[in-house]
Every structure is written in structure tokens, then in C-alpha cells.
Design a protein. Sequence first.
Length: 613
Amino acid sequence: MFIHIFNKNEFIKTVKYNKETEQLILGRDESCDIPLAFDDIVSSNHAKVTFEGNNAYLTDLKSKNGIFIDGKRIKEVKIPFEKKIFMGNCAIVFSKVPFKEIKKTVVLDDKILKKMKKDISGYEADDALAFLYNISTKIGKYQNEDSMLEDLFEELLSAFKLDRVILFDVVKKRKDVVVRKLKDARFVDERKSFASSVIQDILNNREAVFLRNVMQEVPDSGKSIRTLGVNSLIAVPLIVGDSITGILQVEYFQFQKQFQDKDLYIMCILCQIISGFLKGVRTLSEVKRENKVYREQIDNKIEMIGDDKKTLSLKETIKKVAKTNTTVFVTGESGCGKELVAKSIHFNSRRKNKPYLVINCSAIAQNLIESELFGHVKGAFTGATKTRIGKLEAADGGTVFLDEIGDMGYDLQTRLLRFLESGELQPLGSNETKYTDVRVISATNRDLKSAIKSKTFRNDLYYRLSVFQIECPPLRARGNDILKIAQYYLQKFSTSMGKNMFKISGDAEKILKNYPWYGNIRELKNIIERACVIGDGLELTPDLLPKDVKEGRSDFILEEISNEDSITLDEVERRYILNILKKCENNKAKTSNILGITRKTLYSKLKEYKIID
């Protein structure tokens, strides 16, 4: 019989039971048969063990802090084997087998690796060298992580006849991991659970874990590693710079299989090679992403024009919310600048040097939006000829703007909600989980509360998206900002077209200022661009403006609307679309161009307002 002693979960020593011994005293006093002087809350004479044949009995010697088994305080008990018995900070395990301390090695400790190398025989060293040479030559040829990992896993399964190999990605924000990639040698019932105790040990100590025989080396039957049925295990951290970015874990479930010292040696070196590859490919990827962001910042100047009271209030709100990571929901009429608000939040935040990506939920077919968001692997669906990274993954560290969120399908809303809650995603057709840190800003010009009542939009998703709401004011409510925005676009379009029209005449200013602008900034932009196309003078004059604008009657609202006491925004939009469609003689392409929306969005609106079936 063996008595294994632990203190604060660290193995201290093993005492072998002598059959001639009748009893043992355990306590803090040095005179005890098993002294526990290192634990201040153990009593001087804490407990007594007596032996009768093959059985042992434990008695509490009126200790101050007691003896506990399975959380229950005991006074006297027949000692159970392979179970921890707690006294103070100590744990005592009675076992019929010798205890082998969990072997650990600091991955970057050359002394330990050299010692291991000496213990490996000649032919084992040759096999290890051949495997590592084969892997290192292949890894150098890859351009991305996914293809490298796919082939690496196949090589490991084949070379070591593994039962399972797992790569964990470390989520620093949560001090936890997600399963990045998993391969199980079984054809059915893939085993997906893993031992969290091993993972936490590595994260806390930055050391590899080697369990040659789990049943012998982990005596506590409550340990998840034993309940999983793993027989032998090696787990090694992937260290890039000063950070653990991942953990590579290989396992045997079959009892006749055990890892040897040479296997640990190989895995440590292999993880060094993988870490070097990951550092290079991730650095290159990060540089490319940053360059793209900088180019976008240069090409797309983010500027909210105007100094109206409502505009200044909006700018101040953006400035405050930009400092946080809160999800933001932007509402307002079509064309009033909701995307500009989203961009302003991103480029005024700590995420400004990370990607800003846009998904228009009404402009993409519903069956493709899921792939656009989460990505897909090759063969995930018809037409998926290659693996594609979704925008939620590509924007890691940055912001994703979901425009026209009200048009997103109900089933996809459920998946988006799960992502917002956990930050974890799985590409279509893949069982691999990835974690990405993305801020989501969404926008709509629809009444989502009505959509919630009609059960076309999830109530819980609405509240998750609208933690902070921003109402974008319509252009007609922004006073002199109308002329400032008109001047901005006049300067922009005249310059790009090589013209010298940089001034708006006084009469034209009056017309622009008095026009109702139900089409908001988008309508103003289109009208100024049209004037620059047809004008050749130095001023934008009234004759360059459309008839409806000169008459002060917006295309977005029919004459009878002004006589109605109340009318919904949807009704205004419906009548406006009908008006433009009629003027374009039912030409959908021309109508969508004037409206500034895609043809798909136009058809969606026509069906929504029952203009077409």
C-alpha cells in the first residue's frame, strides 16, 4: 500500500506502508510518523491510521480543522482507495499503486530538452529526427494556417497512431480556450470533451504536461481527465513572443498505448517549429490588414459635415460611445448617414487601426449572408469551391457594420445572437470553433418593434444589438448643414470631373435650403452630382437643378401628403418608390440607381409594399 501526500494540489511525496506497522500518526508535529509541518492549519496530532489486514481505518484525533472526504467531515472511517482525504491544505491518497508525479517541462528550457535527449536511444533519435525533418520542410511551404494544420494533423495521426489530436486557441480576454481544430481517429461518435484541468495548468504555469499513464498518475477519480477515458496524454503550449497563443494536445484512449519520453521531446520541438510559423504568418497577415485599414482611411476621409445643434449633439454622442466596446444600434430615415455614424464610431475608437467591414443584409441573398458573416469551408454547400473567411473573423479586433439588419433571416438571427454572447463562431461545414473580438454596429430604417410583434425579428437579438441607440436626424432638420454638405459634394464632384464649378449661386442656395429632402443626404448628393455632370459654368445655378427641386416638391413625397395630418415613414417611402418607378417607366435598373439602392433591395421593397407579387 502507498500513501501519496499533496499540499495545495501539488504532489509532495509518497510513503510506502510497511506491513509490520500497526498505526501511523499524521500531524504538524515533527515527531509524527507522517509529519505535515509545511501546513500551518494541520493540528499537531491531526489523525491516526490503523491497519487491519488489507484494510485501513482513519480516526480524527480531535483536530481543530477536521478531516473531510467528498466535502463531509468525518470522525472515523474505513479509508477508501484512490480518493483524496483532506486535512487542512493537505490531501492524502491511499493507493495500491505507486504514484508517478505529473511530468512537466518548460517548453523553452534547453537543459530539460538536453536531458531528455540523452535518455533517448539511438534508433528512437533517428526516428524523431526523420519525423521532425519531414514536418519542418512541409511547414515552410504553407501560406496560411488552416492548410498547414490540416496536413499536420494527418501526419501526427499517422506517425504516432494517435487516437485524438486537438489544437486549442487561447482566448486571452477570458483566460480560457476554444477548440480550434480536432481530429478523432474514430469514424463515429467523435469525442469533443477535453480535460479543463490540464488546460488551466498549462495556462497558469506556461509548462507542458506529460501524463504517461493517467490512471496511475492522476489518483483523484473526480478529475475530468480520468472520467474522459484518456489513457496517455501530452499537451504543449504554443508560445509566440511572450504569449501562449495555443495548446497542441495529443492523446491515447486505448490502455495498451502510452507516450514515451521521445514523444514528449518530439512534441516540444514540433511546437517550437509551429510557433515560429504562426508568428511569421500572423505578423504578415496583421501587416496586410493594417495596410488595408490605412489605405481605407486615406481613401475614405471620415468627416461629419455641419455645425447645427443636432449635428453637434450627434458628434458628441459618437465621441462618447466610441470609447467603449458597447454594441450600437443606429436608426433613422434612409439616406441620412447611418453608415457615416458607424464609421465615425469605429475611427474614433481604440479599434481604428483594425478592419472596418460592412455587410448590407438586404443586398445579399439570405442563403449567402451566413457565409458572408461566418465564412465556410470547401464543399460546405453547392458552389463552395474553396474555403472562405467570414467577415466576423476577418474583422478580428475591429468593427463589423450590419446595415439593414431588419432584413436578416430569422434563423440567422439566432446564430448571430450566439456569436454576440460568446464571441465564438464556426464556419459553415466546419466543426472548428474560432474566437474573434469584434464590435458590432447595426442600423435600420425599419420599425423593428413592429417586426418583433409580427415575429420576423427576435426580441432578444434586438435588445442585444440596441444596448446603445443613436437616432440619426434627417437632413431637413439640420438647418444650414444642408448648404455645407452641398458645398462639400460640389467641391468633390467638380474636382473629380475636371470642372471649375465651386460655388452655389444665391438663388440655388435658397432652393436647396427650402427643399424638404425626404431622400436626405443621399438625395442631395445625387442632385449635386447631376448638376456637375450637366453644368459647365463656375456656379451651380437653379437651371441645373431638377424641376421638382426648383418647385420645392420632393420626389420622396407626393403633393397630397403635405395635406395629411399623420403619415408613416413606410407610406412616404412606398409612395416615393411608386413615383420614381412611374417616372422611369417601370425601369427597375434606372429606378434603383436613382434611389441609390441595389436592384435586389428595390425588389424587396416592391414586394414588402405589395407593389409586385
